[in-house]
Write a protein that binds this ligand. Structure first.
Ligand code: ZN
Ligand code: ZN
Ligand code: FE
Length: 758
């Protein structure tokens, strides 16, 4: 086919490949591909990615080009390929040339779950890496959590303190080896090691003995803090009610669901329903926590009720590092794997710090001496309509960028208050940080500052503007003002819409429906049940849920009964008699009245999240809550029966081009049904159905075909499904984020895009 006799028909192909193509086995892949097609030429790393030249028969070169895209290593990401056709230049054979130096722009990869080849090695008694907890290769292992700076070379990672042994070095230097330029390459001879410590930090056992001793203690019900990839987990057997209760007690986390790490897909299947897409997601290199529906016959010896009490779903993951694989393989039991932190604080990453902060929670510490450069939590995802939806974007996803449709000015976006993330724009890339969390504690603010600084270093970002929320009291707003850069403020809900537009590459005009808990509006009230129109000129609010007062302000976010009281106050002078008996004491009622009447500490809101709270309170589902959205989730989970039934009544009025959705007729119906003894499940189902109807009706009035659905409320898949069905039935197209969270975790990239419109 490719005989030398045809040399005069030869051509040369030059490719410049950009994206995440370094340290992922890209050059060996190109080398093997070129060899298999008998093409001559070379490949090398450059400052911007990888450059390849190959020459041979046109047909073969086209084949080569197609396969570069189709068969690229699974963890590489090709952003673009510049293709040039040139005259042949008589290359002999194919070689990997040494790297071209220069300032690097190649992407930093996220941490990736252990690949099948490495898994086989650590479970193979004849392999030199048998039971070695830090095994990795170019297809898997730590990246973002160990990088201090770029270029991504070993001295710039937390592996710098470990010198490769001759065997590891040989693998590292062999272009055909799976560990060619695998920066964290290590083995039992030269790499990091584990130890088991007691609660005061004294060493109990080392290396494989440490693993076995930790397992013994877990089997007897201890809580063990395990240092993993991007931080510590608190682990205990998920089937042991006693130890799960102890963990909850010590962590002061009584009701919030805990994630579970299972030894295998088979064991997951004995507890949860699992589709093919969900299984693929669990096994993916991102390996997130996946929210799955529990089976009715869930094996309670494996996962006790205390793990996610009263919740039909379970957050499930597979072991994603060799350390976790060995631990779970030995135990053969699912373990609770919740982040090693105190509530509202970031996850612990350092063993000394862990002993100090988690000493009162964990009985033992399984630690190692590979430093974690930055905290990276487990990501959380679910499957909706057969597709992945990321709800918390961290390990496996961060810090990969989103691509804008054009070059953006260099900016930094400091994100919202809750579920904070940061974003930086560099060229067409928008880099989004890992989940940082609520900026409520000094530790969280410290983490925020560290992430901000390290993103600037990693991407050599030179922002010319700092983008933040309108809210003057958010710490992120203060940080923006402290940068000395030009400050651009973006309304919270506008940022939600632009976030989805960035991810889904959507163009105006479109309608944006943003329903969430809270965000400051341009009119000084608290928004959260909003309808916008996005045009070329920007984003305009064109509708909202009818407003009500929230007596107690922030206190209302942990007391759904306050939202209920405020909602009813718009309807009747004495709301207490419509609430379930005993919801408030007489004294409390008087206080609520005086707050609302004097307008002191009773902000006005159009929040859909608070509407959910109010209905949950009216149905006696929750009067107070322990974690965000708990009441709304319980209301969603209560829904049962026919979801296609008639919805409740509601009104839409128009005032100066703004549509106001009046929920009062619906609330009256709900109260009547409640008092007639209709069960909460039926009412909840009709409530969700009605909200879908409200969304579709307002969007019809706004007249755009494309409708973006964003905001934390759309994590509620029942609401999302109802909204989608009703929009579709009315001929509109629902659109929502998949890779960015629809909750506040997605706000920072949206801030960037919104600010770039200025
Ligand atoms: Zn591997
Ligand atoms: Zn070694
Ligand atoms: Fe929000």
């Amino acid at each position: 086919m490719n005989s030398p006799g045809q040399k005069r028909y030869m051509e040369r192909l030059r490719l410049k490949v950009r994206g995440a193509v370094q340290g992922v086995g890209f050059r060996p892949f190109v080398y093997r591909l070129a060899r298999s097609l008998e093409l001559a030429g070379w490949v090398r790393n450059t400052s911007r990615g990888v450059t390849v030249e190959v020459e041979g028969d046109r047909q073969l070169l086209e084949d080569f080009l197609r396969r570069i895209e189709d068969d690229a290593p699974p963890v590489s990401i090709i952003q673009d390929i510049e293709v040039q056709w040139l005259e042949a230049s008589d290359y002999e054979g194919f070689e990997i040339r040494s790297s071209q130096e220069g300032p690097r722009e190649a992407l930093v990869l996220p941490d990736l779950a252990t690949c099948d080849d490495c898994r086989r090695e650590i479970l193979d008694p004849s392999n030199r890496r048998y039971r070695y907890p830090f095994t990795n290769c170019t297809n898997c292992g730590p990246r973002y959590s160990i990088i201090r700076s770029i270029p991504y070379d070993r001295p710039a990672t937390s592996m710098s303190g470990f010198t490769m042994c001759p065997e590891c070095r040989a693998e590292y230097e062999d272009p055909l080896n799976r560990r060619f330029h695998a920066q964290p390459n290590a083995c039992p001879v030269c790499g990091p090691r584990i130890e088991l410590w007691d609660a005061s930090g004294c060493v109990i056992a080392t290396e494989d003995e440490a693993m076995k001793e930790a397992e013994k203690r877990l089997l007897s019900g201890a809580v063990v803090a395990v240092k993993g990839l991007g931080g510590f987990h608190l682990m205990t057997p998920a089937g042991n009610t006693g130890s799960v209760d102890v963990l909850r007690e010590r962590k002061s986390r009584r009701q919030k669901p805990l994630a579970v790490m299972f030894p295998s897909v088979e064991s997951i299947r004995s507890c949860c329903k699992l589709s093919k897409v969900e299984e693929d997601l669990l096994r993916s290199p991102q390996s997130p926590i996946v929210l799955l529906e529990k089976r009715p016959d869930l094996n309670r010896d494996l996962v006790c009720d205390a793990v996610s009490p009263g919740n039909p779903e379970l957050g499930v993951m597979l072991p994603y590092t060799p350390l976790h694989i060995i631990l779970l393989f030995d135990l053969g039991l699912p373990l609770v794997a919740t982040s090693g932190n105190l509530s509202d604080e970031p996850i612990c990453t350092d063993e000394a710090e862990a002993v100090r902060r988690l000493g009162g929670i964990a009985d033992f510490f399984l630690v190692h001496n590979r430093p974690i450069v930055r905290h990276v939590d487990d990501s959380i995802a679910r499957v909706f309509r057969g597709e992945v939806m990321v709800l918390r974007r961290a390990r496996g996803y961060a810090p990969l960028p989103l691509r804008a449709d054009r070059e953006l000015p260099a900016m930094m976006a400091l994100g919202p208050y809750m579920k904070n993330t940061l974003a930086f724009s560099v060229g067409r890339n928008v880099f989004v940080s890992q989940h940082i969390g609520d900026l409520k504690t000094p530790q969280a603010l410290e983490a925020f500052d560290e992430v901000c600084e390290s993103m600037e270093v990693l991407y050599r970002a030179k922002p010319v503007a700092a983008v933040c929320d309108l809210h003057p009291d958010y710490p992120s707003t203060a940080r923006a003002e402290g940068t000395g850069l030009k400050v651009i403020k973006v309304q919270h809900h506008a940022a939600h819409i632009y976030s989805c537009m960035l991810e889904q590459d959507l163009k105006p005009p479109l309608t944006g429906v943003v329903w969430d808990g809270t965000g400051l509006g341009t009119d000084g009230t608290i928004w959260g049940g909003e309808f916008f129109t996005v045009g070329e000129a920007g984003c305009r609010r064109h509708g909202h849920l009818r407003r009500f007062k929230l007596p107690g302000g922030d206190a209302a976010s942990v007391e759904p009964r306050r939202a209920a009281w405020g909602l009813l106050f718009e309807m009747v002078p004495n709301p207490a008699r419509l609430l379930p008996a005993g919801t408030f004491s007489r004294e409390e009622e008087r206080l609520l009245h005086s707050m609302v009447e004097k307008g002191v500490n009773a902000p006005v809101t159009s929040s859909a999240g608070r509407l959910f709270d109010a209905v949950a309170s009216l149905l006696s589902i929750h009067q107070t809550i322990e974690f965000e959205a708990q009441a709304a989730m319980a209301l969603q989970h209560a829904a049962g029966g026919d979801l296609c039934q008639n919805s409740y009544c509601f009104n839409i009025s128009e005032d100066d081009g703004i549509f106001v959705v009046d929920w009062e007729p619906m609330v009256r119906d709900i109260l009547a049904e409640r008092d007639a003894g209709v069960n909460a499940g039926t009412i909840s189902a009709r409530f969700h159905c009605t909200l879908g109807e409200m969304i579709a009706r307002v969007c019809s009035l706004l007249g755009q075909k494309n409708v973006v659905l964003s905001g934390g409320c759309f994590q509620n898949v029942l609401l999302l499904e109802q909204a989608c069905l009703k929009l579709e039935a009315a001929g509109m197209k629902p659109l929502y984020s998949r890779l960015l969270p629809c909750n506040d975790g997605g706000v920072s990239p949206g801030q960037i895009l919104a600010a770039s419109m200025n």
